[in-house]
Ligand binder design. Structure first.
Ligand code: B12
Length: 481
């Protein structure tokens, strides 16, 4: 028996899509699976106690989605809480514990050690957890399990993930209470593919999902959307790194949705690269139910687009915005401020350009989370001792460690970079402004920024009140009121 524990208790709650897929695959392989969902539990500790009092699984799988909230300066770090949960579970069962998830996969070995788990699985969890479950009952040939991290004789061993070229997933979606997540979190989630072959300077997705794009059959994706629809979940987020990479697959998925007239019954949102995008793709997406796109815009000035290794030009952002407008798709442009080479002039150019092209909204966070193994980490390494680097920011005291929330903010932005950005935004309501270090807390104790979805009470209330959709779109609607 396999017990899967969802440890992500952030609100609004986002359904643990990965756990649902893993549970489906393990059940298909004949393994009995329970999911203990700490996010939906009123009292997580009691829930664990009463579960383990009555069950003796052979393996406990613990999910770890977010290492931190990637948000400067809130910089909330979730690893200590994971370590606590693992030690609580250990006190209740002798079963070995394996941890996995997208956040986990970025740091894998470090997290196995920090949280003191027996195993970790980097990358896709479905086949690996089945193999681990079976090897634990048999020969214990851990070296045969793709993506496995394990400890023996004081050493940490690590296998590379397999990144299988075709992805076929269980579409049952019944191990997790997806309807509860829909009611409390405002959306369902599914993947159309895995992996990302882009080389964005800062992004950890290629580490967690692989650099090779691995496609799902469009009809399997549409079948899964229908399964969620049948449960009453009619607003989705397609959870790919970038839905339109490659364009041909995005197009094929939409065509399959259109063949089944799914766009008449469901609405969906997704993340997209700015290129490739054109009127033909927008039209097929809108008909298939797409109502909002969050573009990886990064910047509206050539030098910063180059710094972030983006293949698009600022004119592509203008064209993407126009195309969305013409097709009735709401458009959000996600920007990044503070990267290598950012100056007050580049910030002004980006903000001026975004105001000019007029998307429905734009994310304007300050500070770039530095992950090991990315171009960003290489730049920091080349800039000398990180502790002496004026571009590197952290809110913890000890030596710099990228496992903890650590950010890059170009020191050319001066002493008060968030204020500089806010002043340039100048109250334009379309922007989600950065959070200032000195920003006061609002009455309920949460920070007064609304673009961080980490324990965002405004969003929680709005969703409980009936709003559905991508969080940026719900917040946009709230600010229009
Ligand atoms: C879509 C998405 C969102 C959507 C979610 C919509 C939805 N309905 O699901 C929205 C916009 C809401 C969102 C919000 C946030 N997100 Co987000 N999101 C993603 C994205 C693109 C996909 C996540 C996903 O669902 N993947 C699909 C599932 C199936 O994959 P998976 O979870 O990785 O699961 C697989 C494996 O990891 C593994 N696995 C999973 N669980 C387990 C458990 C065990 C035991 C094992 C063995 C294996 C295993 O097997 C699974 C199947 O193969 C990722 C980046 C990416 N490409 O993965 C970022 C990402 C996860 N998000 C991130 C962040 C920071 C956030 C926010 C905290 C941002 C914020 N401050 O507001 C919030 C958190 C919200 C919350 N409540 O948790 C970061 C986390 C990085 C970090 N430092 O940890 C990521 C990695 C993006 C990034 N590169 O920075 N997000």
């Amino acid at each position: 028996m396999l017990t899967l524990v969802n440890t992500n208790t952030m609100r609004p709650p986002v359904g643990p899509v990965g756990l649902d897929y893993i549970a489906g695959a393990a059940r298909c392989a004949g393994i009995e699976v329970d999911v203990v969902d700490l996010c939906l539990a009123d009292e997580p500790l009691r829930t664990l106690e009463s579960y383990f009092a009555g069950h003796s699984p052979q393996l406990v799988g613990v999910s770890f989605r977010n290492v931190d909230d990637c948000f400067w300066p809130s910089a909330e770090w979730f690893l200590p809480k994971l370590a606590d949960t693992v030690s609580t579970i250990r006190s209740m069962t002798d079963a070995p514990i394996v941890v996995g998830g997208v956040g986990f996969s970025i740091f894998a070995e470090r997290i196995v050690e920090y949280a003191d788990t027996d195993f970790g699985i980097r990358g896709d969890g479905e086949q690996a957890i089945i193999s681990l479950h079976n090897q634990l009952q048999g020969a214990k040939r851990f070296e045969l399990i793709d993506g496995l991290i394990w400890r023996a004789d004081g050493e940490v061993y690590s296998n590379r993930p397999a990144w299988p070229s075709q992805v076929s997933l269980s579409i049952d979606r019944d191990a997790v209470d997806n309807l509860a997540y829909f009611k409390r979190g405002g959306q369902g989630g599914l993947e159309t593919k895995r992996g990302c072959n882009r080389r964005c300077l800062y992004c950890a997705d290629p580490l967690a999902k692989g650099t090779r794009i691995r496609l799902r059959d469009p009809s399997e994706v549409a079948d899964e959307a229908e399964v969620l629809l049948a449960k009453g979940i009619d607003v989705l987020h397609l959870c790919d790194s970038e839905f339109n990479v490659p364009r041909s697959h995005a197009y094929a998925v939409c065509e399959e949705f259109n063949r089944r007239s799914l766009g008449e019954r469901l609405r969906w949102y997704t993340y997209m690269a700015v290129v490739p995008f054109d009127a033909e793709l927008a039209e097929v997406m809108r008909r298939a139910g797409c109502v909002g796109i969050d573009f990886t815009g990064d910047a509206g000035c050539p030098s910063m687009l180059k710094a972030y290794h983006q293949p698009h030009h600022k004119e592509d952002l203008a064209s993407a915005t126009r195309i969305c407008r013409a097709n009735g798709i709401t458009v959000m442009i996600d920007l990044l401020f503070g990267g290598p080479g950012e100056t007050p002039d580049t910030v002004a150019e980006t903000i001026g350009f975004i105001k000019q092209i007029g998307p429905d909204c734009a994310g304007a966070p300050l500070g770039i989370r530095i992950y090991p193994g990315t171009g960003m980490a290489r730049i920091v390494a080349a800039e000398g001792r990180p502790e002496d680097n004026p571009n590197v920011r952290r809110s913890y005291a000890d030596a710099i460690d990228f496992l903890k929330p650590t950010f890059y903010i170009s020191h050319s932005l001066g002493e008060r970079p968030a204020k500089l950005i806010k002043d340039l935004i100048a109250g334009d309501k379309r922007f989600f402004e950065p959070m200032e270090e000195t920003q006061p807390e609002v009455a309920d104790g949460s920070p007064s920024t609304d673009h961080n979805y980490n324990d965002n009470e405004r969003l929680v209330e709005a969703i409980l009140g009936g709003l559905r959709g991508a969080y940026w779109d719900i917040l946009r609607k709230l600010s229009d009121e």
